[in-house]
Structures are given as structure tokens and as C-alpha cells.
Design a protein around this ligand. Sequence first.
Ligand SMILES: C[S@@+](CC[C@H](N)C(=O)[O-])C[C@H]1O[C@@H](n2cnc3c(N)ncnc32)[C@H](O)[C@@H]1O
Length: 365
Amino acid sequence: MSDTITKFTYQTFQQSKIYFALAHKQISTRLRNFVYPTLEFKTQPLSSAILQKMQKRIDKIMERDLADGENGIYPVNIIFDNPWSDFFSYYPNIWLDMPTVWNRIQKKKYQEFSPQINTQDYPKYYLQNFHYQTDGYLSDTSANLYDLQVEILFNGTADAMRRRILAPLKMGLEKLFLGQKLEANAPQKLRVLDIACGTGRTLKFIRATLPKAALYGVDLSSAYLKKAHQLLSEGLGELPQLLQGNAEDLPLRDNFFQATTCVFIFHELPPIVRQKVIEEAFRVTQPGGVFVICDSIQVSDEPDFAPMLKNFPAMFHEPYYQSYITDNLEERLEKAGFINIATEVHLFSKYWVGYKPVEEVVSSR
Ligand SMILES: C[S@@+](CC[C@H](N)C(=O)[O-])C[C@H]1O[C@@H](n2cnc3c(N)ncnc32)[C@H](O)[C@@H]1O
């Protein structure tokens, strides 16, 4: 495809996702107000200046996504990736699940799980209906709806935000391998871990970017791992190793990975757990290796977006978000031992990149 056609096709594709998400939100809100007129969210209105700023940021991330593809950070075709089979199989289920969700919100029951789900083996902070999701992260139904819901939440830009980890990830690895171009001849033993990999969308993009790397994903939810397995089995390339485990105590060896990533988990963890997860990422990353985090923007990144950041935990059950948006993750990364920490912001996400010092000597487990 020529550059102009690719750009036009991508813009049309993204724009249609945005319109779809906005229409979905508007119709579902009207329906909710009709069925549950008393169910009110205490939210602040977003001014037209904020909406304009958001639109500018959407345009910018789309340009960046396309540019990174065209500049060979990853194959350009991945910018057209979309959970289509989920959309056709499960989109109606989002509507069917809505009355249950509204009922949950009205009753303020945010730790509700189906009776057949065994909740015993999970940390207490995890047993939440994040986003008011039925069964939290602990059922196949939740795993099947998750990607669609996140796409709607971010107006079709979730994957573009996930893909912003790929440039710093690749740059970090090239630094480690002294400028060697990774896409053509990545060393066979290149190992990358995605912590809290969920349904595997980030791993899918990492595999497209680093086709020769051995990929690993860890998550607490076996249902989400099963979904990730399904997604990653569809594509070409080696199947990443998917492990069920707690990010606070990764079932993995010290210094094993040249790179570690973590997307959209820190805002769902209590502060003390954020520190533990960062320390675990440090432990399993090899000296000289890189750690890349992607999560929500924070208050200091865009003070004008403060009303939006306030609305988010009010509209979606996010009990740790308030503490997250003012948490100093740079400080936490430094405390764990990471150096050369840098941050970037793209659309509604913030990225932290840190390196494990080369001289670090850590004993094996
Ligand atoms: C918001 S989702 C993000 C998933 C994925 N990274 C993505 O980009 O969509 C949060 C994920 O973190 C997982 N998770 C939360 N706490 C965890 C923990 N302590 N250990 C491992 N996984 C955890 C959940 O099961 C869920 O899959």
C-alpha cells in the first residue's frame, strides 16, 4: 500500500472505531437513564477546550502509530489489528450484561462473583469488579468481553496506546545488543516478559515486532490466559509461554529477561503492591535490560484533564486509581534499582522506561 493510501485507510479505520464507541456510549447511557433514572454518577462535565485537546491528542497518537509502522519499528499492518472475532461473537453480550452491571452499581456491590468461581487463591485487592465487570477478571465471560469494553472505553485507541511501548522496548534492546538491528537478526535467546498480560494483545504486538524473541506472559487470571492463548494461537509465530502467577511474586528466574513490559495494571493495584511488582520486574530483568510500563496518565501530566481523571473512577469501579494518579512511579523505579528512567505521554497513557544497571549482581533463586 502506498503511504497515502495506508494513511487514509488507517484514519478511516480509526475514525469509524471512534464513532462506533461514541454511539455505543451515548445509546447505552440513554438506556441506563431510562431504566435506572436514579442511578447517577457524580461526574464533572468536560469543557469544549478539554474535548478539543483530547481530539488533538487522538490525531497525534494516530500519526505516531502510523509513523512507527512506516519507520519499521513494527510491521505497518498491525495498526489495522482489531478484535474482530470477539466483536462479531460477543458484542451483543455487552448489551445483555448491562442490566446486571447497572444493578451492581445501584446496589454498590463491587466484590461480586458467580458462586462457581473460587475466589480463595487471590489477593484481596484483586477481588473487585473492576470497571463493574461481571466476575471481575475471573471468568471466561469477562475475558471474552474485556477487549471490546476497553476499546469502547478508549474510543478505539487502546491498541494504539499499547503499541507505544514498542519503540522504547526495541530501543532498549538495541542498546543492550549494541545497536544490532533486532528485526532481521535478533539473537535467538532474546526473552521478553509481559507482566499482567491479560488477553494477550500486547504480546501479539511484541511478537509482530520481535518475531524471533521467546515471549512470556504472566497473569493471575486463568480465564484471561486462556483467552490470550486463543488469540496468540491464531497468528503466525511461536506461541508465548503463558503462566498463571502473581506479579508480586513472579514464578520466574532472576535476570532471565532482556526486557520486561507491563501494560494497564498499576492503576489497579494498591500503592504497596505497585512497589512489589516493580521490584519483581527488576529481579527478573537481566542487567542492562529494559523495563517499559504503560498506564493511565497522571494529574501532573495534564492538569487540564483533571476532571476526566476524576470522572474515571466514578464511572468505572477503580478503587486504586485515585492513589495511582499522584503516585511517583519514577521514585518507585529508582527505589527498586532502575536507572536512566524516562517518561513519555501519549493520548491518555503514560510510559516509564527504566534500565537495570549492568553492574548489578543478583544471586540466582
Ligand atoms: C486492566 S487489565 C490489563 C491487561 C493487559 N495488560 C492489557 O493491556 O489489556 C489488568 C490485568 O492485570 C491482571 N492482574 C491484576 N493484578 C495482578 C497481579 N497481582 N498479578 C498478575 N496479574 C494481575 C488482571 O488479571 C488483568 O488481566
